[in-house]
Write a protein that binds this ligand. Structure first.
Ligand code: CMC
Length: 429
């Protein structure tokens, strides 16, 4: 027998269906609430609101479980390549050999960007934040491929857009970095894999030969997989809601990049390292910073701590913490900031304030330490997150389009002035 929820309003009882997901997650379907009762629900930050039914990513915040299409994040991070995971997220199944070869070849063939885009980069000031450059560049890709703007585009056109995005995002990200360095652009190399090619475009110089370090390549592969999707987070919801107006995929992803930039979302990885460095420069008094984070009159938060969904531990943080140790060990790097991070983690985990609120280190707490070890500058950290998250955004957008979801348009409870007459300028106080 299917369950229903009963709501009593103004003495009248209304019934609403209960929806149960494949992992027994339960929701009350209130899509007819306003039509039947005249009421809407109010839920700041959508903390209790499901915006869709999705088969992409399963996340159990209480038990620290994260799975893409049923596969555990631990197994994928250990055994898969990033492009395999991208295929899995976007198309629903792991690719067989032929499918993976085709996918990789197609992406390799689209890595170049139009030469005119060079002029966009030239117009940005040196030191421009790479996330600002990246979101502009991705939105502008739609102008080079106008067929992407047609909401009735063919499946073939959609496929091309998807492959172009995955292929060109690393090229544009590396070009943003080279722009800020004042170095010449390095063109993509078709003989390298996805991560190796990105590293070469970032770090190769015309003055010396460049060889991809397999330790660095494998660490990057893992980091990208760990970031590849996270169900209906701020940027994925942004991509879906922008795409729901039938805006093209490039623009929808560009909006996702902008949403990711904020320090409460993907921008936290940059903020974490800045915080750890500030603590070090300040003399390393951890308690002082913990007290600041607890002080409700101080806007400071412990960056890299807490999560909207994970309230016990973030499974990605566990994998990354171990990976950070491995990478630093293999590359022979002794980073004092890692020591501060470990001490801070211990102090916070034993503090009543953090324990009571379920505030644990999240994925961003340790990812910055690996990025530093890979020589990636701090303002590029969130760009690295965007590289990883791209397949997730694409999968979320594709699912929204295939489900023919309606345009996203929340309601509000109006609390402003009631109707009043216009007052002429001379008569105003
Ligand atoms: N430091 C100090 N206090 C905190 C922190 C923190 N990092 N995070 C939450 N709190 C407190 C908050 O003040 C509130 O206290 P009270 O109940 O006394 O008012 C309580 O914990 C609940 O916080 P909230 O803001 O209602 O929780 P939320 O679910 O809305 O926010 C969050 C989640 C991630 C935005 C928040 O924990 C935060 O700002 N963390 C720091 C930024 C960060 O690391 N973000 C990266 C998230 S992981 C990457 C990603 O997927 O985007």
């Amino acid at each position: 027998m299917s369950e229903t929820a009963r709501i009593i309003l103004d003495g009248k009882e209304f019934e609403f269906p209960v929806v149960v997901g494949s992992e027994d997650e339960k929701a009350i379907d209130i899509s007819k609430l306003r039509a039947q009762t005249g009421y809407i629900t109010l839920d700041y930050g959508f903390k209790n609101t499901g915006s869709t039914q999705s088969s992409i990513t399963y996340l159990d915040g209480e038990n620290g479980i994260l799975r893409y299409r049923g596969y555990s994040i631990e197994e994928l991070a250990e055994k898969a390549s990033f492009l395999e995971v991208a295929f899995l997220l976007i198309y629903g199944e792991l690719p067989n050999e032929k499918q993976l070869n085709y996918f990789e070849d197609s992406i390799t063939q689209h890595t170049l960007v139009h030469e005119n885009m060079k002029r966009f980069f030239e117009a940005f000031p040196q030191g421009a934040h790479p996330m600002g450059m990246l979101s502009s560049m991705i939105a502008s890709l739609s102008t080079f491929y106008p067929e992407s703007q047609n909401p009735n585009r063919s499946v073939v056109d959609i496929e091309k857009t998807i492959h172009r995005l995955i292929a060109k995002l690393p090229t544009l990200a590396a070009q943003a970095y080279k722009h800020n360095m004042g170095h010449p652009v390095v063109f993509p190399s078709n003989d390298l894999g996805y991560c190796g090619n990105f590293l070469k475009m970032m770090f190769a110089l015309p003055t010396e030969p460049y060889e991809v370090d397999p330790v660095v390549e494998s660490a990057l592969n893992k980091l990208l997989i760990l970031h590849a999707d996270h169900e209906q987070n701020c940027s994925a919801s942004t991509v879906r809601i922008v795409g729901s107006s039938q805006a093209n995929l490039y623009s929808s992803v560009s909006a996702g990049i902008t949403a990711l930039w904020g320090p409460l979302h993907g921008g936290a990885n940059q903020a974490v390292i800045e915080m750890l460095e500030a603590i070090r420069e300040d003399g390393g008094d951890l308690q002082k910073w913990i007290d600041k984070a607890k002080d409700k009159n101080d806007s400071f938060r412990l960056m890299g701590f807490g999560h909207r969904v994970y309230k016990n531990f973030d499974p990605r943080a566990r994998i990354i913490k171990k990976a950070a140790d491995d990478v630093l060990d293999k590359l022979g790097i002794d980073d004092p900031v890692l020591e501060i991070a470990k001490e801070l983690e211990q102090v916070a985990l034993n503090d009543e304030y953090f324990v009571q609120r379920g505030l644990y280190p999240n994925v961003d707490f340790y990812s910055g330490i690996i990025y530093r070890a890979l020589n990636i500058p701090t303002d590029m950290f969130t760009v690295m997150f965007a590289l990883g998250r791209l397949p997730g955004w694409i999968a979320q957008w594709k699912e929204m389009v295939e489900n023919r979801e309606p345009i996203g348009r929340p309601r509000q409870v109006y609390t402003g002035a009631n109707v009043r007459s216009f007052v002429a300028l001379n008569d105003r106080k």
